[in-house]
Design a protein around this ligand. Structure first.
Ligand code: FES
Length: 188
């Protein structure tokens, strides 16, 4: 029979320096491991946010573009073309592009801005001053000065863009519309 020997007060370590060397090493190793996990977690937060940024943010954002002073169009009696700059934010990318639009009047005489993209298959529609109409050179679609469809293969009139007036400036929000459909449908 073995007798269980109670450790004497002299054999119980009192401080960490009195612990066996192996025990001290593994304790420090655990501390270092936990510290590495904590620091790694902290560092990964901005990386994860950066990676998810395009998903969390609205993918494509088109800002309003100035077309010109409203007074520039006060005596407008036929459509005039203006080139606008579009600032487009898509995920991390920010791009500036140019688009042609027409400033014209609706049947009530209010200013209206039309995209120059043909709603049939996307050609740029020129204003025909002699005929007093828009005439698409690609497949012959004809539109009235306010963009209303007159003839040809397009299933709808030219697309009007959302406008606003701020500090006397006419602003427009450029958008793309689905082609080959009878009703205006924004696609971006
Ligand atoms: S693209 Fe304009 S009529 Fe076809």
């Amino acid at each position: 029979m073995f007798e269980h020997a109670e450790p004497s007060a002299d054999t119980i370590p009192k401080t960490s320096s009195e612990l066996p060397l192996e025990t001290r090493r593994s304790f420090v190793g655990v501390l270092l491991g936990l510290g590495s996990v904590f620091v790694g977690g902290l560092l990964s937060v901005p990386l994860i946010r950066f990676a998810l940024f395009p998903i969390l943010r609205r993918t494509t954002e088109l800002k309003e573009s100035p077309v010109g002073a409203v007074t520039d169009f006060s005596s407008l009696n036929e459509p005039v073309m203006r080139t606008i700059q579009i600032e487009q934010v898509d995920g991390w990318r920010q791009a500036i592009s140019e688009k042609a639009v027409y400033v014209t009047r609706d049947t009530q005489g209010q200013l209206r801005v039309l995209t120059s993209i043909c709603p049939h298959l996307g050609c740029t529609v020129p204003w025909n001053k002699e005929k007093g109409k828009f005439a698409c050179p690609c497949h012959g679609a004809i539109f009235a000065p306010d963009g209303t469809r007159i003839a040809g293969p397009s299933l709808r009139g030219m697309d009007a863009l959302e406008t606003s007036v701020r500090d006397g400036q006419l602003l427009v929000r450029f958008q793309y519309f689905r082609q080959l459909v009878p009703d205006r449908e924004v696609i971006g």
